[in-house]
Write a protein that binds this ligand. Structure first.
Ligand code: 5GP
Ligand code: MG
Ligand code: MG
Length: 184
């Protein structure tokens, strides 16, 4: 028997093909909304890398990309409430139309902090595109502009999302078996 990452998953929520399809739909909206606006598309590392790669190939207009690494979670599954900038942008944001690409919005603390920072740096507009939304857990008033899928209040991994640095390379989004993190 082959034991591996897949055996740690309780339930698959969204398959690779469902994610590709939703990226196409969101890409069409983004193409229309950002036509001639030359957006700066910001990928929030590392979780949003896979979704970012899908989304930018579906945006059929001029767009620049950059990366930012912020952290609120450390290695666990519970928010620390602290947001640290681990890697800042290379490109100035003043006057730019910004599209943030995220993997998941949970409490909203990370995104709230990021949006505030970009507005403080005089971005012209800041919009949010997230693969997953966990609205039940929201404590900040963050409302994403483009959402792939909603997820229940469970810890999910895959398609960029990790637990202790692992599972990002699963080609789908699934619920991690609680015994995997309860034993740690
Ligand atoms: P927030 O600040 O919205 O509470 O948390 C945002 C970040 O926490 C996400 O970008 C992600 O890195 C992490 N996170 C929140 N919920 C989950 C989850 O269910 N699974 C994983 N792997 N990460 C999560
Ligand atoms: Mg993230
Ligand atoms: Mg993480």
């Amino acid at each position: 028997m082959r034991l591996g990452m897949n055996e740690d998953i309780k339930e698959i929520l969204y398959s690779k093909s469902q994610i590709k399809e939703v990226s196409k739909q969101i890409g069409k909206k983004l193409t229309a909304d950002y036509l001639d606006k030359k957006p700066l598309v910001i990928c929030v590392l590392k979780g949003a890398v896979l979704f970012m790669a899908d989304i930018i190939r579906e945006i059929d207009t001029y767009a620049e990309i950059d990366f930012m690494d912020v952290s609120s979670y450390g290695d666990g599954t519970v928010s620390s409430g602290e947001v640290k900038i681990l890697k800042d942008l290379d490109v100035p944001v003043e006057g730019r139309e910004i599209l943030i690409i995220e993997d998941i919005i949970d409490t909203g603390k990370t995104l709230q902090c990021l949006v505030d920072l970009l507005k403080h740096r005089k971005a012209k507009t800041v919009k949010i595109c997230t693969l997953l939304d966990k609205p039940e857990r929201r404590v900040e008033g963050v409302v994403p502009d483009y959402v792939g899928f909603q997820v229940p209040n469970e810890f999910v991994v895959g398609y960029g999302l990790d637990y202790q640095g692992m599972y990002r390379n699963l080609p789908y989004v699934g619920i991690l078996k609680p015994e995997i993190y309860e034993n740690n």
